[in-house]
Ligand binder design. Structure first.
Ligand code: C5P
Length: 256
């Protein structure tokens, strides 16, 4: 187990592929402990969104890194809702982009910009600045391996591709019924018009492309840290996962 240097807030790192439930678990855990929360995926989504809107070539590493360095991104906490992938509200230059960064068409650009080393480098200090007392729950792909290698507890949360696609579909449907998914975009309207099994297949295909890119990139690939505890949530409810995580938290003497 790693120990944080004296005077530095403790970190719990939660890594894993999309749809593994880590966003929900991270939000609940941060609330239960009264700790800060970092949804690092939101930062990559913001860079992907800005690149998409400005029609930037996703191979232009320098311009992408400039976006990552210069965008004024604020992540604010909102009450945790299980149907939402994250309980944070995202402001970019004072504009609420929470809904925009979660749109289907931002997923692939976000994962493509995340493979650019200069973008990851530019976002490193932004992420590390979230580490403040009393502690930080950090959710992402490389929290335990690169951003907070001295995290007191590292969890790698995974689930089968099928389970993850089903969860994403359920979240999407919940957001549609709750009205939190405002004015669907063109590609989302196409997806909504699909029969449920076609929509599930489309989500699964898109998730697999992202996962493969995240796993195979040379910098900060999606990978369990050697000292991470892996939890496979395929057959578990979010409550089951939370119980397992809280047991580890207590075992390590973390939190209040
Ligand atoms: O977690 P979320 O799906 O919001 O992340 C969006 C994208 O950002 C992921 O597909 C992944 O490529 C990238 N990401 C990353 N490293 C992180 C968090 C997210 O590369 N720590």
């Amino acid at each position: 187990m790693s120990t944080a240097p004296a005077g530095v807030a403790d970190v719990i790192a939660l890594d894993g592929p999309g749809g593994s439930g880590k966003g929900t678990v991270a939000s609940r855990l941060a609330s239960a402990l009264g700790w800060h929360l970092l949804d690092s995926g939101a930062l990559y989504r913001v860079v992907g969104l800005i690149a998409l809107r400005s029609g930037l070539d996703l191979g232009d590493a320098e311009s992408l890194a400039a976006i990552a360095r210069n965008a004024r991104i604020e992540l604010k906490r909102a009450p945790a809702v299980d149907s939402a992938p994250s309980s944070i509200v995202v402001f970019v230059d004072d504009i609420d982009e929470t809904d925009a960064i979660r749109r289907a068409e931002v997923e692939q650009p976000a994962s493509r910009v995340a493979a650019v080393p200069a973008v990851r480098e530019a976002l490193l200090p932004t992420q590390q600045a979230f580490r403040n007392p009393p502690g930080l729950v950090a959710d992402g792909r490389d929290m335990g391996t690169v951003v907070f290698p001295d995290a007191r507890l590292k969890i790698f949360l995974t689930a089968s591709a099928d389970a993850r696609a089903r969860r994403r579909l359920r979240q999407l449907k919940d957001r549609r019924t709750s009205g939190s998914l405002r004015a669907p975009s063109g590609s989302e309207r196409e997806q909504i018009a699909m029969p449920a099994d076609a929509e599930l297949a489309a989500i699964r295909a898109s998730t697999e492309v992202r996962d493969e890119r995240d796993r195979s990139r040379p910098v900060s690939p999606l990978l369990a840290a050697p000292d991470a505890v892996t939890i496979d949530s395929t057959e578990m409810s979010i409550d089951d996962v939370m119980a397992a995580v809280m047991a580890l938290v207590r075992e390590r003497g973390l939190g209040r």
